[in-house]
Design a protein around this ligand. Structure first.
Ligand code: COA
Length: 501
């Protein structure tokens, strides 16, 4: 095993235990790890570090990852009080609670920005890069596992590198990665990706072997989550979206095989892509930050030719099947650093159809993706902004209501804004599709109310809009400022946005 996994001979004597590796971390250090979704993140060292802190050896760090990671990293370290500052995205309950309780300072950053900011020196310098790998090459190059995220940038910028070789990740993954890192301005050149399948980099993360201070061997598996079953509303949203795309083809605004698809994580995203399995499309392509089960289904049925991403977020069963057929999938799947998977230049050039989920949208098309009732962090903006602003088509999906109908997801004014009206072209709910392209704010409001809202909230939105139009002195974006957030206020005070519950 050691020879296959640690091919650089002089590194073989740097194998240490997870506990020894955990002792390298000191309070105040900035740690950059691999990992993007619960895939390809380090596990053994964070667990040992949490144990060390639980025993009373206080250590507090700044943690940067690719995006969300598994509980062994975000969960264990939050609960042990090790994380003091966190960048750029998370989905872990313990971590989220600590952020909302002020125990962790969280900086919510576009996923394509963080690697640049580290390279530009805009934020804290990385002390330790901690990365999961399947192997180390003869020259010390690190071959990542099921995700890349920012691992290449952290390895490049860190003083010290600790590698977790994970033997539960098969060596067959070698060759799936394409590592490319643009230079900083003024020396930056165009990223030479012209098609989703183009390979432009190396199959490993270049690393000076002298920086590798420890190698930990582990076999802890990625904590893959089971996807929620596709519910009726998700199915309706998927159908509405597919009908919309059909229309775009009829109008000659999309080719027969669409353009590369980006789709967020979660059940709606999975349902949308899953819906394409029974469609007539052929030769589809995917250029996204995550690949879920549905993309593998689309590859299996011959509908998807190439899928590019920075992570593989598969359910346990699907991952097993992927590993068993890895050579076939490797011909169609490419994993890239998130600086490339989420790169605005490439997204704009390829003409991505970006499909992301909103927490709430307002009458004028502004979208909140990250904060509940204006203050409670859910996850973060993630890559949604990278894709939405630069996409060929920027689509947001949301159900019309949440929490048993006590919350309307279409509101007079969003309580937090991640995507402004200028970045949002299409809104899809289970009720229908609002095509906002080329509309003025008033046109957007009428279209959203008419096509996407329903029931008593639809009547409340109409009433608000009509009164706003009447009483606003200026009529461009009519609002009753003192009332615009009253729906949220009513929910916070009474538990529902309804007027007559
Ligand atoms: N107000 C309050 N809560 C709301 C809400 C609203 N308007 N809309 C949804 N919610 C709640 C849901 O009830 C659910 O709560 P629960 O966790 O207590 O069950 C939770 O928000 C998640 O909603 P869900 O409908 O399950 O959607 P999701 O799992 O697809 O997540 C986002 C939706 C927006 C939170 C998620 O997509 C996200 O974090 N997006 C930002 C990152 C991103 O888009 N990345 C790019 C692609 S990966």
């Amino acid at each position: 095993m050691t020879k296959e996994r640690i091919r650089c001979e002089k590194l073989r004597d740097r194998i240490i235990s997870a506990e020894e590796a955990a002792n390298i971390f000191k309070t105040g250090m900035v740690v950059g790890t691999s990992g993007f979704t619960p895939a390809g993140y380090p596990k053994a060292v964070p667990l040992a570090l949490a144990k060390r802190a639980d025993k009373g050896d206080k250590v507090e760090i700044t943690l940067m990852t690719g995006a969300s990671v598994g509980d062994e990293l975000d969960g264990a370290l939050s609960r042990a009080g090790v994380i003091k500052k966190r960048f750029p995205y998370q989905t872990n309950t313990s971590c989220r609670n600590s952020i909302n309780n002020e125990e962790i300072e969280f900086s919510d950053i576009h996923l394509s920005h963080l690697p640049q900011w580290v390279k530009y020196g805009f934020i804290e310098k990385i002390d330790i890069a901690l990365v999961e790998a399947i192997a180390i090459t003869e020259e010390g190059g690190i071959i990542p596992s099921t995700s890349i995220g920012n691992a290449n940038v952290y390895v490049q910028k860190a003083d010290k590198v600790i590698v977790e070789i994970n033997t539960s990740q098969p060596l067959g993954l070698e060759g799936i990665h394409d590592i490319y890192s643009p230079e900083n301005p003024p020396n930056r050149k165009p990223i030479p990706i012209l098609k989703t399948g183009d390979r432009v980099g190396t199959s490993y993360i270049p690393c000076d072997p002298e920086k590798i201070v420890g190698i930990v061997i582990t076999d802890i598996k990625d904590a893959n989550k089971k996807l929620a079953a596709i519910d009726e509303d998700s199915r309706k949203m998927a159908n509405n979206l597919i009908d919309f795309l059909e229309g775009e083809i009829r109008f000659g605004r999309l080719p027969e095989n669409l353009l590369p698809l980006q789709s967020g994580v979660g059940s709606v995203a999975n349902a949308v892509l899953g819906g394409l399995v029974d469609s007539n499309y052929e030769n589809l392509t995917v250029y996204s930050e995550v690949l879920q089960d549905s993309v593998l289904d689309l590859i299996d049925c011959g509908k998807v030719n190439t899928a590019s991403s920075t992570s593989l977020t598969l359910s346990e069963e699907r991952l097993e099947n992927f590993y068993n057929n890895i050579d076939q999938y490797k011909e169609k799947i490419i994993l890239r650093p998130q600086e490339i998977s989420n790169n605005p230049e490439v997204i704009r050039r390829l003409g991505i159809i970006a499909i992301n989920t909103a927490i709430e949208v307002d009458l004028y098309g502004n979208v909140n993706s990250s904060n509940i009732m204006g203050s409670r962090l859910m996850n973060g903006i993630g890559g949604s902004g990278d894709f939405a602003r630069n996409a060929y088509l920027s689509i947001f999906v949301t159900q019309t209501t949440a929490k048993n109908g006590n919350i309307s997801c279409i509101v007079p004014m969003v309580s937090h804004c991640d995507h402004t009206e200028h970045d949002v072209q299409i809104i899809v709910t289970e009720q229908g599709v609002a095509d906002l392209r080329g509309l003025s704010p008033k046109g957007r409001a009428k279209t959203i109310i008419e096509n996407c809202a329903t029931g008593e909230y639809k009547e409340m939105l109409k009433d608000y809009y009509n009164r706003a139009l009447k009483c606003s002195k200026y009529k461009h974006t009519p609002h009753i400022i003192g009332e615009a957030l009253s729906w949220h206020n009513r929910f916070l005070e009474t538990g529902t946005m309804r007027i007559n519950p």
